[in-house]
Write a protein that binds this ligand. Structure first.
Ligand SMILES: *Cc1c(COP(=O)(O)O)cnc(C)c1O
Length: 496
């Protein structure tokens, strides 16, 4: 199976090339030229890993079965995820099934893709004849950096360098990164904000002379960006796996439709669910939940995507996004591969910050998706109500999804069983969760570790090991660089 670009239908590359390149030269995103149908019944009694191998083999047709098995077996271990189920499904009532995607080493759903991407990437590089060492460069506002570090740590043939804004991450996030183990990792602060770190990384990527220097030293730069097909594909697996779990436990019969509700930022996670649907997984409605940055809710309602608006920081920071990059793939899929139409929309987005889709496309989107949003107050209310009703503590991102689902279900009179994606462990967003459950006073004067302890004691919850051990792990990295000195930081680490 070949891969094409959302902006130019003439592009045709293998899956290995799509993963190594990340982004097409025309600026478009890679996607498979056709979508295979998955046969659910044979997967029902298999483990998560075996289901993953089956789904991967549909799309990575230029990989051997051994290469796929090797990547999957290395990534999805009980050791890394704390459970053989990898992504367990928890039933709250007859319609709510929470898909816990945060059992990985960094306690958030990015692990589901970033634990396997390094293995896919190194295998893909070999297949395309690339013999240089891959250097992953990341600018992070917190969560992605740690998940990438953990995924690439000690993966042969790779090095990873993460830059974070000096004062732009929480104490826990900083500790998570600066205590990272691994001989091939490097972490540094940038004296600036996230945009400074991001621009610095972009400048290094586009510096041709520096690229040559790296190449002579047998290095090549790459990114672990969320628009890489190698990050999207692993996310399709858990929707299929959750459905299989529901069939296996008798919650549904094979073929019965379910809904999926996803707390959304960059549109990667929910797009993976849409792919699962196109592979003929019986999904009725895809419910796209946003926080106060509700650019997607407005888009579904009006057909106009408009990022010209105020940006809000919320208690669900991983969804504070105004450009949902992966939406481009959806537009392509729903226009039946009219790459010209998508290219026009994207041109308008970069020129005017907005675009309006055709009436036909808007109708198709509305048939598949429902959109809704919750602000911080509603989110916190959902956390406390969910705790009271089900004795189950959810994080702020999951709460946005839960709240939007509840409104959707009553407005649409839809009692279809629904898989609600839970994207972070509640301990990771301890301050907002604790204040939602115990009031603002409970957080006052406490640092993050004290809030974690308070949550744990009050609700008799085990603090996840990766967060618990943070207090005692040695800090390995404490360098800070001026914005203009990021390149020399890279050179220093690589010894060139
Ligand atoms: C990244 C992230 C999201 C948003 O996922 P997208 O794929 O970008 O839509 C939601 N919740 C958490 C906790 C995240 O880390």
């Amino acid at each position: 199976m070949k891969y094409k670009s959302t902006r130019d239908f003439r592009v045709s590359v293998t899956s290995a090339e799509a993963i190594v390149k990340g982004l097409s030269e025309d600026g478009g995103l890679f996607l498979p030229e056709s979508i295979p149908s998955v046969d659910i019944a044979p997967l029902v009694n298999l483990s998560y890993r075996e289901r993953a191998k089956a789904v991967f083999s549909y799309f990575l047709t230029d990989f051997t079965a051994d290469e796929i098995a090797d990547a999957v077996d290395k990534a999805y271990t009980k050791e890394s995820f704390g459970t053989e189920q990898i992504a367990p499904l928890r039933k709250l009532d007859e319609s709510r099934y929470v898909l816990e995607l945060w059992h990985g080493p960094t306690c958030a759903f990015k692990d589901m893709a970033l634990q396997i991407l390094p293995h896919l990437l190194t295998t893909a590089a070999k297949k395309t004849g690339m013999d240089k060492e891959i250097v992953i460069l990341v600018a992070t506002s917190g969560d992605t950096g740690k998940a990438a570090l953990d995924g690439f740590a000690d993966v042969a043939g790779t090095k990873i360098i993460v830059f974070y804004p000096q004062n732009g991450v929480s104490r826990i996030q900083k500790l998570q990164m600066c205590t990272q183990r691994g001989e091939n990792v490097y972490v540094a602060a940038v004296d600036g904000n996230f945009d400074d770190a991001q621009s610095g990384v972009k400048a290094i990527f586009t510096d041709k002379a520096y690229g040559m220097r790296l190449s002579e030293a047998q290095y090549v730069l790459s990114s672990a960006n969320s628009i890489n097909w190698g990050r999207l594909l692993p996310q399709i697996v858990y929707y299929i796996s959750a459905y299989c779990d529901m069939v296996r436990t008798g919650e549904i019969r094979c073929g019965e439709a379910v809904n999926v509700c996803v707390p959304t930022g960059n549109f990667g996670n929910i797009l993976a669910a849409y792919y699962a649907k196109r592979m003929s997984l019986p999904i009725k409605k895809l419910i796209c939940a946003s926080n106060r940055n509700k650019v997607l809710t407005d888009f579904f309602a009006s057909g106009t995507y408009d990022k010209n608006r105020d940006f809000y920081t919320t208690v669900s920071p991983s969804m504070d996004i105004l450009i949902s990059s992966n939406l481009e793939r959806l537009l392509y899929l729903l226009t039946d591969g009219m790459s010209g139409e998508v290219a026009e929309y994207m041109k308008s987005l970069s020129k005017n910050g907005k675009y309006t889709v055709s009436k036909a496309l808007h109708e198709r989107i509305k048939a598949e998706f429902a959109g809704g949003y919750n602000d911080d107050e509603e989110c916190k209310k959902t956390i406390s109500e969910t705790a009271a009703k089900y004795g189950y503590i959810i994080d702020t991102h999951t709460a946005v999804a839960m709240g939007v689902y509840t409104s959707y279900a009553s407005a649409a009179q839809d009692d279809t069983k629904t898989i609600i994606a839970s994207t972070a462990n509640p301990f990771k967003f301890n301050e907002a969760v604790l204040s939602a459950l115990c009031g603002d006073a409970a957080t006052q004067g406490k640092d993050e570790f004290e809030m974690i302890d308070a949550l744990s004691e009050k609700f008799s919850l085990d603090v996840p090991q990766p967060l618990r051990e943070l207090k005692t792990l040695p800090v390995r990295f404490d360098d800070t660089f001026e914005k203009g000195a990021m390149r020399s930081a890279v050179s220093g680490f690589l010894g060139i």
